[in-house]
Write a protein that binds this ligand. Structure first.
Ligand SMILES: [Zn+2]
Ligand SMILES: [Zn+2]
Length: 307
């Protein structure tokens, strides 16, 4: 489904760089250096993304065939009988809803957030920042968005057009370009919309999740489109996060192992802490289960029901 890796790296990347660099040069959103900090790492993320794209295309196709075989639901080319424009519209809507829900999950689930946080570590927004996606984030996202589309049997042409829209919008929404969408900003997710999602200020966290449209964020109350300002002052996350491609690639796995070990480690018992918590519980008349069991035991002993 996707072009060869060599073509994506040696032809695709220079073309994308030329288009979006020209756009950023003509209509810059903020002043920043051409070769900003971390650009080499983001090139490495782009190259890794090309390999992952090939793998995920095959894996999504395999998952679709597996689901068809296991569930017996075979839609065949059901969606493909519709006109092409209608298929593209349906694909965008379905994909946007699934992308929105999955993106919310990436932010709310601590395990997934460790991997998605890598995408939020960029302190500068430009087209290349879009490439910074951890493999776990990218592969799970592709699965969530593409397996249902393949199962519904959309045509190859509309799917190919959609993949082009997805790639274009992904680079555009991270670009350092001032794009005036006019009233369409209330419908289409542009750079103004997505760059608030990367805002470093916690007051703007968990906003603007959808990849294509604004409608689902507005519907679920997570849209943030301030009229007075088109971009945040600062990008990134306030949590600790390493810099550099290799460290960012490995760090989420290290955090996961550390969290699992902490959870499995036996907790040390602090008698003073336990006594003060128990006192508070008794004062509130909300004793814990251990206290209730101890009180029950004392009552039974008192009434000589047990020795
Ligand atoms: Zn995010
Ligand atoms: Zn982003």
């Amino acid at each position: 489904m996707s072009p060869s890796i060599g073509l994506q790296i040696f032809v695709g990347l220079p073309i994308i760089a030329l288009i979006f660099r020209m756009l950023e040069q003509c209509r810059p959103l903020a002043r920043q250096r051409l070769l900003r900090r971390g650009w080499k790492d983001d090139i490495a993320w782009y190259v890794l993304g090309c390999y992952l794209g090939q793998f995920s295309s095959a894996a999504c196709l395999g998952a679709m065939l597996f689901l068809r075989h296991e569930t017996g639901f075979d839609f065949g080319r059901l969606a493909a009988v519709q006109p092409g424009w209608l298929q593209i519209l349906e694909i965008v809507l379905i994909s946007d809803l699934l992308g929105y829900l999955f993106h919310r999950l990436l932010h709310s689930n601590p395990w997934l957030w460790r991997f998605h946080k890598v995408h939020h570590t960029s302190n500068h927004m430009d087209w290349l920042a879009a490439a910074r996606l951890h493999p776990v984030d990218k592969l799970l996202g592709d699965f969530v968005q593409f397996v249902p589309l393949l199962c519904l049997g959309f045509g190859d042409g509309p799917l190919l057009i959609y993949v082009s829209i997805l790639g274009f919008q992904m680079f555009l929404n991270h670009s350092n370009a001032r794009i005036n969408l006019g009233q369409l900003r209330w419908l289409i997710a542009g750079p103004d919309f997505h760059q608030w999602h990367h805002c470093e200020d916690p007051s703007a966290y968990n906003r603007n999740f959808a990849p294509h449209l604004v409608i689902f964020d507005r519907l679920f109350g997570t849209a943030h489109i301030p009229k007075e300002r088109s971009r945040p002052w600062k990008y990134g996350v306030r949590e600790s996060a390493p810099e550099g491609f290799w460290r960012q690639l490995v760090h989420p796995f290290q955090e996961t192992v550390l969290a699992a070990r902490t959870r499995l480690r036996p907790q040390s018992f602090d008698l003073r802490d336990w006594a003060s918590r128990t006192k508070v519980q008794l004062l509130r008349r909300e004793p814990s289960y251990e206290i209730r069991a101890a009180l029950l035991f004392a009552v039974l002993v008192r009434h000589r029901l047990i020795a």
